[in-house]
Write a protein that binds this ligand. Structure first.
Ligand code: A3D
Length: 312
C-alpha cells in the first residue's frame, strides 16, 4: 500500500477468518483488510456483511473479499486460517495431512506477493503448520509466528477468573509450549492483581483449571460438533496482528522458531515474546524449574513428531 497505510490479509474466510476480519475492522487497525478464500463468493459475501455493520459500529477501514491471491499483494501482515478444523473425536494431529498441503500452497502464494510481510499462522496443528510456513516462505524467523498461546492463555485467565469471581482482565497468566494436551500453563507465574493464585486456591482447584485449559478447545468442539472455536481464536490472531501493525511491542505467548532459547533448538514452540513492526523483536527467556523444563520437553517431542509428519 501507499506510504504509512497498513494492509492486513486474512486467508481462509471460514469461521476463524471471518471472526478475525470482524475484530480487525472493528479495531480500526489497518487501512485495508482483505479476506481471501478458494470458495467462490464466500469471502465476498462475508466481507460485505461485515462492512455493512460500519454505520452501526463506527469503524472506517476498508474491507474486501476475494478469490484472487493477487489482492493480498504488499500486505504488512498475513493471517493464515485456511484449512480444515476439528470435529468431535479428532485430534489436531488428525488435520495434519490435509492442512500441510493447504498451508504450503497458501504460503507460497502470499509470501511471493508480500515479501516483507509478517505471517501469523492459525491453521492446526499449529506448531507444525507454522514450521511449514517458515520453510516454504523462506522468511526470517522474526516474521513467521504461530497463534496459540494468546488463546490458551486467555482460556487459562478466564477459568481462573471464573473460579475466583474476579475480573478476567485482572488475571495475568501464561501458557507455554505446544498447542495440545502437553501445553504448559505456568502456575507459579499466574497472578490476580499481582497476588499469586497459589496463595488463593487449593492445589486441586488449580489442577482442575489446568485440565480445563488444556482441553478448552476440545470442550468447544464437543458442544459445536460441526467445527471448532472461532471467536476468541480470531481475536487472538488479531491482537498479534495489531501489535505488529501499530508497533505496540505487546508481550504475548506465541509460537516462535527457537534457536537455543529455553535450551530448545529447531522447533516452533509457544514462548513469551515481544511483537512489534519487525515481527518478533525479542523472546523473553527466563529460568524454568526442572518440572517446567520436563513438561516443555514433552511439548518438543510432540511437535517434532508433527513436523516429521509434514515431510519437510
Ligand atoms: P473453517 O470454517 O472450515 O474455514 C477454513 C476455510 O479455509 C474454508 O472457508 C476453506 O474454504 C478455506 N480454505 C481451504 N483451502 C484454502 C486455500 N488453499 N486458500 C484459501 N482458503 C482455503 O475452519 P475454521 O475457520 O474454524 O478453522 C481454520 C483453521 O484454524 C483450522 O485448521 C483450525 O483447526 C484452526 N484453528 C486453530 C486455532 C489455534 O488456536 C491454533 C484455533 C481455532 C482454529
Amino acid at each position: 500500500m501507499e506510504d504509512g497505510k497498513k494492509k492486513l490479509a486474512i486467508v481462509g474466510a471460514g469461521a476463524v477468518g471471518t471472526a478475525a476480519a470482524h475484530w480487525a475492522v472493528s479495531r480500526c487497525m489497518a487501512d485495508l483488510v482483505v479476506l481471501v478464500d478458494v470458495v467462490e463468493g464466500l469471502p465476498q459475501g462475508k466481507a460485505l456483511d461485515i462492512a455493512q455493520s460500519a454505520p452501526l459500529s463506527g469503524f472506517h477501514g476498508r474491507l474486501s473479499g476475494s478469490n484472487d491471491y493477487g489482492d493480498t499483494k504488499d500486505s504488512d501482515v498475513i493471517i493464515i486460517t485456511a484449512g480444515l478444523a476439528r470435529k468431535p473425536g479428532m485430534s489436531r494431529e488428525d488435520l495434519l495431512a490435509k492442512n500441510v498441503g493447504i498451508v504450503k500452497s497458501v504460503t507460497a502464494e502470499v509470501a511471493s506477493l508480500s515479501p516483507k510481510a509478517c505471517i501469523i499462522v492459525v491453521t492446526n496443528p499449529i506448531d507444525a503448520m507454522v514450521y511449514t510456513a517458515f520453510k516454504i516462505s523462506g522468511f526470517p524467523r522474526q516474521r513467521v509466528v504461530g497463534m496459540a498461546g494468546v488463546l490458551d492463555s486467555a482460556r487459562y485467565r478466564f477459568f481462573i477468573a471464573q473460579v475466583l469471581g474476579v475480573s478476567p482482565s485482572d488475571v495475568n497468566a501464561l501458557v507455554m509450549g505446544i498447542h495440545g494436551d502437553h501445553m504448559l500453563p505456568l502456575v507459579r507465574l499466574a497472578t490476580v492483581g499481582g497476588v499469586p493464585i497459589e496463595a488463593l486456591l487449593p492445589k486441586e482447584e488449580i489442577e482442575r483449571i489446568i485440565h480445563k485449559t488444556q482441553h478448552g478447545g476440545a470442550e468447544i468442539v464437543g458442544h459445536l460438533k460441526t467445527g471448532s472455536a472461532f471467536t476468541t481464536p480470531g481475536l487472538a490472531a488479531v491482537e498479534m496482528a495489531e501489535s505488529i501493525l501499530k508497533n505496540q511491542k505487546r508481550v504475548m505467548p506465541c509460537a516462535a522458531y527457537l534457536e537455543g532459547e529455553f535450551g530448545i533448538n529447531g522447533v516452533f514452540l509457544g514462548v513469551p515474546l515481544v511483537l512489534g513492526d519487525k515481527g518478533i523483536e525479542r523472546i523473553l527467556e527466563f529460568p524454568l524449574t526442572s518440572e517446567e523444563k520436563d513438561a516443555l520437553q514433552e511439548s518438543v517431542l510432540a511437535v517434532k513428531r508433527q513436523v516429521a509428519a509434514t515431510g519437510l
